[in-house]
Write a protein that binds this ligand. Structure first.
Ligand SMILES: Cc1cc2nc3c(=O)[nH]c(=O)nc-3n(C[C@H](O)[C@H](O)[C@H](O)COP(=O)(O)OP(=O)(O)OC[C@H]3O[C@@H](n4cnc5c(N)ncnc54)[C@H](O)[C@@H]3O)c2cc1C
Length: 397
């Protein structure tokens, strides 16, 4: 999210230096879904056409029963009247970073320095100082902490990161094998319910990614082993050959939000500010929303366009959305997929089927899942720092 915040600030005439701990751009396979609202927010940066070129357009997403197939399908075309992007874009986060880094190389307003791990930050009335693990330090007018879930910036600002950790870990296994050839009506994004082992099955440009829960009877090593990966993929589509596994990872799942997103000259964005259940794909998306709103807010404040109180208000909006929107939606997704009893599982599926069948309800659900409703609740603030370019997804009056 550091790259997005830097691009937003540079666009508003603020010089930026990015300090990245790694020696080069990390290419982890994590977030891979951009929602319509996020594409709207990225539009002024001019990166969306290239993202679409390098990604995969998913016009539908679906809820399925592993044994009985398709239960409910949502068509993002139903919100085509309020967004230029009535689809989810399957495009890995690192591709957006690559596009932005290429642009920074030709932009004197942004300097990117790799292998610069930040140890802590501090600030006074005049400057904010970044201290590196090397012992060096540099001072700036303001700091954006975009250093991920373990954020040293958040810790140095003495912020809490309260919330909960789910009992299950999630394992993600990716394969180039084309699942769609063997499963009828498969969308590019599928939430698949099952009494024994639910899963999420997603398509990226090159791979199918399957995410499964891991209970406490299985260690990380077991869940990541060839045997477990093979067993899990064979249970999705059974085939005589072994699967080619392109990538696998396991991680703990949390819902945590920092108690403040702004402290004087510092703001935090992305996983540094909030982490959530990935079901619904709102973590990175929420991070982009932070980076755009707080980036604009910070630039507006540094340029004397908005007051400190207004910037506080921007930060409060982002924190409230992290709690009332992202946490609520992703937790509801997790509960419905992992419903403990057969009855609760059937009820959750039946509910989804009814929602998808009723056009008004389906539209409301898609507006929520695509984060367009979140975008609407920031619209006035986005417009208040240099008028937002024409075309931001507007609510119908
Ligand atoms: C399997 C999985 C799938 C997911 N899928 C989705 C999805 O489809 N859609 C979605 O919206 N979200 C998804 N998420 C969540 C998403 O991956 C994160 O919310 C997002 O990557 C956070 O981005 P970030 O830039 O805030 O943090 P990070 O991606 O963690 O980046 C932080 C950066 O800071 C650097 N850094 C860390 N410490 C320091 C330091 N001390 N000094 C300097 N640099 C430092 C790191 O090297 C890194 O480059 C998924 C998560 C997982 C685990």
């Amino acid at each position: 999210m550091g790259c997005v915040a830097a691009a937003v600030l540079a666009d508003l005439d603020i010089r930026v230096t990015i300090f990245e701990a790694a020696p080069q751009l990390p290419l982890e396979l994590r977030a891979s879904t951009f929602h319509p609202a996020t594409l709207e927010l990225l539009t002024p940066l001019g990166v969306v056409p290239e993202m679409i070129e390098r990604g995969l357009v998913a016009e539908r997403f679906a809820y399925r029963d592993r044994r009985h197939g398709l239960v409910a399908e949502f068509d993002l075309g139903s919100v085509g009247d309020v967004t230029r992007y009535p689809f989810r874009l399957q495009c890995e986060q690192f591709k957006l970073c690559q596009i932005l880094l290429d642009r920074f190389a030709a932009n004197e307003a942004v300097e990117v320095r790799f292998s610069m791990p930040v140890a802590r930050v501090d600030q006074n009335d005049h400057r904010a100082t970044v201290h590196f693990t090397s012992g060096e330090s540099e001072s700036f007018d303001a700091i954006v902490g975009a250093d991920g879930a373990g954020s040293n910036v958040r810790k140095a600002l003495d912020l809490t990161f309260e919330g909960m950790t789910y009992a299950d870990r999630y394992v993600v296994v990716s394969t180039p094998f084309d699942m769609a050839v063997h499963l009828d009506d498969l969308s590019y994004v599928n939430y698949i319910s099952d009494p024994d082992e639910w899963l999420v099955l997603l398509r990226t440009v090159d791979l199918w990614r399957a995410l499964f829960p891991v209970g406490d009877d299985e260690s990380d090593e077991q869940a990541l082993s060839d045997e477990s990966a093979e067993r899990r993929l064979q249970s999705v589509v059974s085939r005589p050959e072994r699967y080619e596994i392109a990538h696998r990872t396991i991680y703990q799942v949390h819902q945590r939000v920092a108690n403040e997103f702004r402290v004087d000259r510092a703001v935090i964005v992305g996983d540094a500010a909030h982490i959530n259940n990935p079901l619904g794909g709102m973590g990175m998306n929420g991070g982009v929303h932070d980076a755009v709103l707080l980036g604009r807010g910070l630039a507006g404040h540094l340029n004397g366009q908005i007051t400190s109180q207004q910037l506080d208000h921007f930060a409060t909006i982002r924190r409230d959305l992290a709690i009332d929107y992202v946490r609520r939606h992703t937790h509801a997704n997790a509960v419905s997929l992992a419903a403990p009893s057969g009855e609760a599982r059937q009820a959750a599926l039946a509910n989804m089927a009814v929602t998808a069948r009723e056009p008004d309800e389906a539209r409301q659900y898609v507006l929520q899942a695509s984060m367009i409703k979140a975008l609407w609740s920031m619209e006035a603030e986005l417009d208040s720092v240099h008028a937002w370019p024409d075309g931001l997804a507007r609510p119908l009056s």
